[in-house]
Write a protein that binds this ligand. Structure first.
Ligand code: GAL
Ligand code: CA
Length: 342
């Protein structure tokens, strides 16, 4: 082959390669990968739909259901790395697997936004292209505690055995999940700090799940009946499960002598309806819309190689986390909850 033609071909090939590489960075060619720990989690399903809507038309994306299986999620992340996505957003199955994930992602240099299940500080600081979007877990437990303090103090009849203490049962989310641990600890601490004595009848893990909570509450009603003076639930889905269970036994359907107050967290629409009916005392709003917005803004910035906060007003804390504030919701301010779930 003629030397000039060969040189020409090599140069053209170079141009072609550099062009294809460049177009990856233009808006319409950006590709991001999102994994969701499980699609059938009530609160997370709102978050997922918001993320989808907000990403539509802004980037190519593949979203995966990890079906509560960490091994499956690892494979999904491997596949996204293979596709050479521009950025990743990960709702971990197991918060403790963040370091394992980072060890895969870091060599590929792909930026990653973790959300909802917070990795440890050490893991967050082990990769400069890792960020977090979520809440401050303790805040939800503190607010839940304050709702209970106020409601308990204004309803003396709720102390059914008149001993001045709250005999309660507690529904816990996934063990080891920062939200579950902090909510479980803080609600008790706030009550105690406010001079309210508490006595735990039982605590059960129901993994954020309505059916598991219903099963736990069935057993409690059988065992303790009307001696239960409060049901503390780490989230609303489990609070709904408990409500269904006790309603089957005639509680919380209008008979004042058969009432067990319940509190949850999330402010999902079904719980808002129950608060309106008076079957649930209160909840703590975490906004799926505001969190999805932060995730998408940061994900797109990261994918384009821009400053992750470009064009936003978010602030990063010491673990490079953006925190969306919670809000206590009771009948008094029930309308404040509706926007976040539209
Ligand atoms: C919590 C939320 C729960 C559940 C969990 C999943 O923040 O309150 O309802 O969705 O996240 O990680
Ligand atoms: Ca009592």
């Amino acid at each position: 082959m003629n030397k000039a033609i060969l040189t020409f071909m090599i140069i053209s090939l170079f141009l072609l390669i550099s062009c294809t590489n460049n177009t990856k960075n233009s808006d319409d060619e950006i590709e991001v990968g999102i994994t969701i720990y499980r699609y059938d989690d009530s609160f997370i399903s709102f978050m997922r739909r918001n993320i989808e809507t907000m990403l539509n038309g802004k980037a190519k994306f593949i979203m995966n259901d990890s079906e509560n299986d960490q091994v499956k999620q690892n494979d999904q992340i491997d596949a996204a790395i293979q596709r050479n996505v521009n950025a990743l957003a990960i709702n971990l199955v197991d918060p403790a697997s963040a370091s394992f994930m980072i060890n895969k992602i870091k060599p590929a240099g792909i930026p990653v936004i973790f959300f909802n299940k917070e990795p440890s500080k050490e893991d967050m600081l082990s990769y400069d292209k890792a960020w977090y979007v979520g809440t401050l877990s303790e805040e939800s437990g503190n607010m839940q505690g304050e709702i209970v303090v106020k409601a308990w103090n204004s309803n003396p009849a709720w102390d059914k055995n008149g001993d001045g203490k709250i005999q309660y049962v507690l529904l816990k989310g996934e063990a080891g999940h920062p939200d579950a641990e902090a909510r479980t600890e803080r609600i008790k601490a706030v009550l105690t700090n406010n001079g309210i004595e508490i006595e735990q009848l039982d605590e059960q893990t129901a993994n954020w799940d309505i059916l598991q909570a219903q099963t736990a509450a069935d057993a409690w009603i059988e065992k303790y009946g009307n001696n239960i003076e409060f049901i503390f639930s780490n989230n609303d889905a489990m609070a709904l499960g408990a409500l269904k269970s006790i309603q089957k036994q005639g509680y919380n359907i209008g008979d004042n002598n058969k009432f067990i107050p319940i509190v949850g967290v999330d402010a999902i629409p079904e719980i808002i309806e129950e608060i309106k009916k008076g079957t649930v005392v209160g909840t703590v709003l975490q906004s799926p819309k505001d969190q999805a917005k932060a995730i998408v803004d940061m994900l797109l910035n990261a994918a384009k190689g821009q400053d992750v906060l470009a064009g936003t007003e978010y602030k990063l804390d010491e673990v490079k986390g953006v925190r969306v504030p919670y809000r206590a919701i009771t009948l008094e301010n029930i309308n404040e909850a509706s926007e976040a779930y539209k």
